[in-house]
Design a protein. Sequence first.
Length: 439
Amino acid sequence: MVKPIKVGIIGCGVVGTGVVQILLEQKKLIQQKAGIEIEISAVAARNWNKKRFYEVPKNLQTTDWKKVIEKSDIVVELVGGVDVAKEAVVQALKAGKPVVTANKHLIAEYGKELVSLARENKTTILFEAAVGGGIPLIKVLKESLVSNNVEEIQGILNGTTNYILTRMEEDNLPFKEALKEAQEKGYAEADPTFDIEGIDAAHKITILANLAFGGFVDFKKVFVEGITNVEVLDIKLGRELGYTLKLLAIAKKNSKGQVEVRVHPTFIPMDNPLSNVRGVFNAVLFKSDYLGKLKLQGAGAGAYPTATAVVQDIVQLAKQLSCCGKTFDITPLGWKGKEEIPVAEDFYSRYYLRLDVEDKPGVLHQIAGILAEKNISIAGVLQQEWVLKFVNDKNSAIPLIILTHKAYESQIKEALKEIQKLPFVKKKPVLIRVEEERY
Ligand SMILES: NC(=O)c1ccc[n+]([C@@H]2O[C@H](COP(=O)([O-])OP(=O)(O)OC[C@H]3O[C@@H](n4cnc5c(N)ncnc54)[C@H](OP(=O)(O)O)[C@@H]3O)[C@@H](O)[C@H]2O)c1
């Protein structure tokens, strides 16, 4: 009889508890489907007096994560952060034990180091759950698209911000109220910084870019802008122009052989398949040379969807261990000779500009002049009276919306510096990037 594979879990919070429950309750099903037996060796948490949504058998509980590594064939890290989590992953890999993690922060910022360590120690690190929770995005990049060059990825990779933007659009809720509601419903953490500032989505798009383009993006070079400054007024004006606003994570090749990796509030046309992704859902579009466009959508977080993805990785490694006595990654990160991915410092996009200006003749003429000087052409102009009810400062300024054709971000920023100096421009201009490509 084949020996059961021993799996140890470090971290028993939202995801860890879900993994324990699935491995125990679905043990027979996994055995039937995958032909292997998985046994939990130990589960580490800090405080076992805490109530969890599934009761972990007493004989599996420990507070010593080092013991978990010793007792296991496969180590699962579900602590989060980059302190204990990194120490535990490093220790497991050095001991030659394969690791499964859901930790996007760790993989996005230390992936290169950890993958090298895994290789040196002839073992593997898998992280399907780190991006898109229960949506099998990494599996698609590694396996389904193995014969294709990925050209572009667009993703809604953070459920908290998508929920907030949906509520702002549906009910005109200001950002702060929408955030409060998300926290009350358990969709946002007490400290939501990583989500609302776009860092969580940036970690995830970095990981997808690494896999899609076969190297490592330096996370410090990723352009990140969150949603804290988004106003309902711009969401409504965007609708007038046929757009919806999403916190979009983008990774795409440019004509110079570099990769744009960026996260920012983005207007997308209503016929982009991501436009109807509402609430806490996540979704990703992959564009590749032979398959074309592929959209995947689902639960991007939560105990059971995320745990399902973690268990998928555990089963893959357990199958390898039981048949070959060792593990291997199907398409490892970092293709030979292509370790660093060159990240573009400037990017090419369309722009939505909101300029709060005095309502008097000649304003548009002067603004258009500055844009023309910087080689930026205007695609459309919108100035509507109904917006006045959204503007506090009724007497002095009304919003003038300019939609540009594609330009480099550096050109737009230079133009805005000049425009801001004009005496009739009353506030800092609002700039929102527009991804016009229709899918
Ligand atoms: N939550 C989601 O929906 C989701 C989705 C995708 C990915 N992820 C990722 O999954 C990972 C886990 O997230 P989570 O939401 O499950 O976190 P969590 O609920 O905060 O759980 C963290 C767990 O780690 C344990 N822990 C902390 N320090 C420890 C130590 N020194 N020794 C042993 N155990 C320790 C905690 O113990 P106590 O319980 O005793 O405090 C807790 O059980 C993170 O990397 C996160 O980014 C989460």
